[in-house]
Ligand binder design. Structure first.
Ligand code: NAP
Length: 275
């Protein structure tokens, strides 16, 4: 089984990818190997995760052609000055053992960052072939709008926290209007959905798990990609299979009625989310 592909003006990206945050060393390599063997074709990592070598090793032993796997990595927010950004991306590629990433993202905006300079350096990665496409992560709507308005090369994706308990219409609309894929991180709300009676009742109808229903709800949104993390083969299989679940209108409405302001990832360096 492989995930359906989202096609945008700038990307062809599998709609379910493997998140790798917290996976390290041999565990990360095995998770990537197992996921690729099972049909995953999209892996999400970051310089900050400390697992790029292991992710790269998992890709290398998969035997798959490079062009068949979509790999995202990210540049940490302390490295956004142009020279530092370039050095970070080059170091990521070296650790991954790749000549080019499919997508390089600014991981978080930095307070007081020189946005045009950072976006210029990001776009140079694309023009110089280190990244097929570039984008940003954790940008609130106002900052994303500003970044798009600067017009410094195409932004192909926005990666933000999004799940049945957190959804931002303004961000989603901006992404749709400007052709960015919206990649949902923490898409199964870190498995909290498994304890939710609404999600459990819907899951029972489809002979599925609440985690699968959470992913199916994201798949029902236009232009959305999800990167659930599971280190377990059964979890990975379950998450990929969720792409084939079609929720009916009643279930979509019941999930839409759940609170949509529950943010799970909010470190002290996070931006003002209302900005
Ligand atoms: N851009 C950013 O700033 C940012 C921030 C956070 C995350 N991310 C990316 O997004 C990815 C996903 O986010 P996340 O890892 O925070 O949260 P998540 O994918 O919503 O949840 C991961 C948790 O859910 C469990 N889980 C996953 N599938 C399951 C299943 N089918 N049944 C039961 N439990 C399941 C996992 O445990 P098991 O491993 O035991 O299955 C893990 O504890 C990250 O790995 C990372 O790649 C990006």
């Amino acid at each position: 089984m492989t995930a359906p592909i989202l096609e945008t003006p700038h990307l062809r990206i599998p709609r379910i990818g493997l998140g790798t945050w917290t996976l390290r060393g041999a565990e990360a390599q095995q998770a990537v190997e197992g996921a690729l063997a099972h049909g995953y074709r999209h892996i999400d990592t970051a310089a900050m995760y400390g697992n790029e070598e292991a992710v790269g090793a998992g890709i290398a032993v998969s035997g798959l052609r490079r062009g068949d796997i979509f790999v995202t990595t990210k540049v940490w927010w302390t490295e956004l000055a142009p020279d530092a950004l370039r050095a970070s991306a080059e170091a990521s590629l070296k650790r991954l053992g790749l000549r080019q990433a499919d997508l390089v993202l600014v991981h978080w905006p930095a307070p007081g960052m020189d946005l045009p300079a950072t976006l210029g350096a990001l776009d140079r990665l694309r023009r110089d072939g280190l990244a097929r496409a570039v984008g940003v992560s954790n940008f609130p709507a106002g900052l994303l709008e500003h970044a798009i308005a600067l017009g410094i090369g195409p932004l192909a994706a926005l990666q933000v926290e999004a799940h049945v308990y957190l959804w931002q219409d303004r961000l989603a609309a901006l992404c749709r209007r400007h052709g960015l894929a919206l990649t949902a991180y923490a898409p199964v709300a870190k498995a909290k959905v498994n304890d939710d009676p609404v999600m459990r009742a819907i899951a029972a109808k489809y002979d599925a798990s609440p985690v699968q229903v959470a992913l199916a709800w994201l798949m029902a949104q236009d232009g959305v990609v999800a990167i659930p993390k599971s280190g377990r083969p059964e979890g990975q299989r379950e998450n990929l299979a969720a792409a084939s679940i079609r929720l009916d209108a009643e279930d979509l409405a019941a999930i839409a009625a759940l609170p949509k302001d529950r943010r799970l990832v909010n470190p002290d360096f996070a931006p003002d989310w209302a900005a």
